[in-house]
Design a binder for this molecule. Structure first.
Ligand SMILES: Cc1ncc(COP(=O)(O)O)c(C=O)c1O
Length: 391
């Protein structure tokens, strides 16, 4: 049985080619900065996954991999048991990463110059997928009401009327919202009305910690001809380095168009380890994931308690993801000043909110998927950085 002790264990990740730990000098300005930035977890993956990877690694030939039927079955099983969503096998497309797939979808379903709606503050590669492919960003900025984020539906309607695609972040990184069925229904209605393709990035779907996640594809079968869902075991089971994800495209013509565009990117074979990791995680990772949820909820509570009496910090109420979104605007400090105080003085590295667009300025994103002792130390250092406010 997996318990909290499993996640309490501090595992040294230095010298494992970890972006989060080994690139601190470049990105956080010092190798001694406690990293709370990149969205992977400092936890071991489910032991069954590790065992399966070791077993495969012991066969010393790593030639081109055929895509095992088992992968598709595992994706179907997971979605059926975890999200009550039945996905016919032929609708599944396999991708390396979700960001790759998003770029493919942008090219497959829009033309150069077309407008694509995003909802800032939002995961930065959404912007790149649009601009780097010669499309135009249309912003439907989220409304922040008393620290709670909502969709500005009047603005969304106006923006969809000019757009070909909506890139939905569901659940939303970085604001931690898990869109409810009312919100998803309104989005779907508008996209049907204005004939807009929806790319629903559901990579955080298994991390709804305080509410229930609804897959758009399950909720709205009538949107099937306009919907591309992207998901992965990577966030869920801490496997992003295996670069294996998948999409669901119900419309056959769209699926062919997507696969043709993917083919033009030269992606054509399986990944020995990624395919195994995905299958085993989805087949047997449920118990591990339930224990992870308990642990992450406690970690989030620790952040709440830490800043409860600090008027300089406002914690955005979180529904999902392991990324807390903290508002530091009350400090009056600029992003540069806070960077200096966090990273250089206090040696702690949350992520700058400005990376998620102008709407993120004044905010910092804290990745709390780390052993509680490290999180506590990181939060202590953030408090130290803020103490300078009084001096
Ligand atoms: C919303 C969202 N999409 C995609 C990704 C990354 O996906 P991948 O590593 O599969 O490209 C992330 C990672 O943080 C994310 O938050």
């Amino acid at each position: 049985m997996i318990t909290g002790d499993f996640f309490d264990q501090v595992i040294d990740r230095v010298n494992t080619n970890s972006v989060k730990w080994d690139m601190r000098e470049q990105f956080l300005g010092g190798a001694d900065v406690l990293p709370l930035w990149v969205a992977d977890m400092d936890f071991r993956s489910p032991p069954a996954v590790t065992a399966a990877l070791i077993e495969r690694a012991q066969h010393p030939i790593y030639g081109y991999a055929a895509r095992p039927e088992r992968m598709f079955k595992a994706i179907q099983h997971w979605n059926q048991t975890r999200h009550n969503w039945e996905i016919p096998q032929e609708q599944i497309v396999i991708n390396p990463g979700v960001v790759f797939a998003l770029n493919v979808a942008v090219r497959a379903f829009t033309q150069a110059g077309d407008g694509i709606v995003v909802q800032p503050p939002v995961y930065a590669p959404f912007y790149g997928a649009i601009t780097e492919n010669g499309r135009t960003i249309i912003e439907n900025r989220l409304l922040e009401v008393d620290g709670h984020y909502q969709i500005d539906f009047a603005d969304l309607e106006a923006k969809l009327a000019q757009a070909k695609m909506l890139v939905l972040c569901s659940p939303h990184n970085p604001v931690g919202r898990v869109w409810n069925t009312d919100e998803l229904n309104r989005i779907a209605d508008l996209c049907l009305q204005y004939n807009v393709i929806v790319v629903s990035d559901e990579i955080h779907c298994d991390l709804a910690l305080f509410t229930e996640f609804t897959p758009l594809g399950r909720l709205r079968p009538d949107l099937a001809d306009q919907l591309i869902t992207l998901a992965a075991p990577s966030k869920t089971f801490n496997l992003p380095g295996l670069t294996t994800s998948y999409g669901v495209i119900a419309n056959e013509e769209h699926r062919q168009r997507y696969e043709a565009e993917k083919g033009r990117s030269g992606y054509h074979v399986g990944t020995v380890f990624g395919d195994i990791g995905l299958a085993v995680a989805y087949e047997s990772g449920a118990e591990w994931l339930d224990a992870l949820h308990d642990y992450l909820r406690e970690n989030y509570r620790l952040i709440e308690q830490t800043f409860a009496d600090n008027p300089l910090v406002r914690l955005t109420p979180l529904e999902g993801t392991y990324l807390a979104w903290l508002d530091f605007r009350a400090t009056g400090w600029s992003e540069e000043e806070l960077t200096e105080r966090f990273r250089t003085h206090a040696k702690v590295g949350p992520e700058k909110g400005g990376l998620y667009g102008e709407a993120g300025l004044g905010f910092w994103r804290v990745n709390f998927a780390t052993p509680r002792s490290l999180l506590a130390e990181g939060l202590r250092r953030m408090q130290v950085a803020l103490e300078e406010h009084r001096t």
